[in-house]
Design a protein around this ligand. Structure first.
Ligand code: ZN
Length: 328
């Protein structure tokens, strides 16, 4: 893995989208976020996170991956402690804690959250009440401290108990050490949310990217939390520039990936974005863009997750419209 700059300056010309009230709060409006069964994206995802078996995978060099109980959870051990990245679903924290202690044989003393979403921070309250230090980008603390509405996917959450909140926050980058491994926490600006952290771990050459990457399905772009399609692509380009063919990439959901997988995903996002951008330029409405099925040739590969192609299209459309409106 190449060394990257600790000083990450917000890129010039990177327009932070002002998300317009394009949809009425709640999943009821024009069925946004509703899929075939009448369930919201979040209902479908939550059922999956509550019912999937919890799987432990060794990544080597004292790193472990726990998957199934929400977002992926990564553990890194040193001589006496375990550092966690993300904390899964609140309903499964006892099961997760047991699996962590069985695999790592060391108590958890620190947890880093990749972003504020419930399937990545659900265990925070339990860990925080045991005195575990919680580390995150500063926007995560702000979002967790008040009620959040994410209408596209039918999520209303936030306002976590005080013990769940980050106790250490940073703005652009934060270096940490855990035994032999150096961790570089980096925020590249709004992408999936406005508080995303990417964690480069070296020398083991692993990067944990949170929900900027879902392997292998369409991602949520959380516009209500400051996320943008252009920010997603921007972050992915910077991650691609900092990794090599040997890097193990831990996505927010799904199996460990290679840099090639990440590039394929980035190219899919960029192509769909361009198609939707062209349709907007041609004066098409959101409904017309959805009806034209701009993701059609990608659906077989990427469309079987909990984000259906129409919701994915609506999120990108709204993200691009927001940028256009904000720059007028
Ligand atoms: Zn997320």
């Amino acid at each position: 893995m190449r060394h990257f700059l600790y000083e990450v300056k917000p890129s010039l010309g990177f327009t932070q989208a002002v998300v317009l009230a394009l949809v009425v709060v709640g999943a009821a409006s024009r069925g946004a976020g509703q899929i075939g069964t009448g369930k919201s994206v979040i209902q479908k995802a939550t059922e999956q996170f509550e019912n999937s078996p919890l799987k432990t995978t060794s990544l080597g060099n004292g790193l472990f991956l726990f998957s199934g109980d929400g977002g992926n959870v990564t553990a890194i051990v040193d001589d006496g402690t375990t550092l966690l990245i993300d904390s899964g679903m609140d309903s499964r924290i006892a099961e997760l804690s047991e699996a962590i202690s069985k695999a790592t044989l060391r108590p958890v003393t620190r947890v880093v959250n990749t972003h504020w979403h419930f399937d990545h921070t659900g265990g925070n309250a339990s860990l925080g009440s045991e005195g575990v230090t919680i580390i995150a980008q500063e926007a995560v603390k702000a979002r967790m401290s008040s009620v959040q509405n994410v209408p596209f996917v039918g999520l209303r959450d936030g306002h976590y108990p005080s013990q769940a909140l980050p106790t250490v926050t940073y703005s652009n980058s934060l270096p940490l050490r855990q035994g032999q491994e150096g961790l570089a926490l980096v925020h590249y600006g709004p992408a999936h949310t406005d508080g995303d952290t990417i964690i480069y771990i070296s020398p083991v050459n692993v990067v944990v990217v949170g929900d900027i990457f879902s392997n292998h399905f369409y991602p949520i772009i959380d516009l209500a939390s400051g996320g943008t399609i252009d920010g997603m692509i921007h972050s992915l380009d910077l991650i691609l520039a900092q990794t090599d063919e040997q890097t193990k990439i831990v996505p927010g959901h799904g199996p460990v990936a290679t840099r090639r997988d990440l590039r394929d995903y980035r190219d899919m996002l960029a192509q769909v974005r361009q198609r939707i951008k062209d349709l907007i330029t041609a004066g098409k409405t959101m409904d017309e863009v959805v009806a034209s099925a701009p993701t059609k040739d990608f659906d077989a590969e990427w469309g079987s997750g909990y984000v259906p192609s129409d919701v994915f299209t609506e999120m990108i459309f709204s993200s691009l419209i927001s940028v256009t409106s904000a720059s007028r």
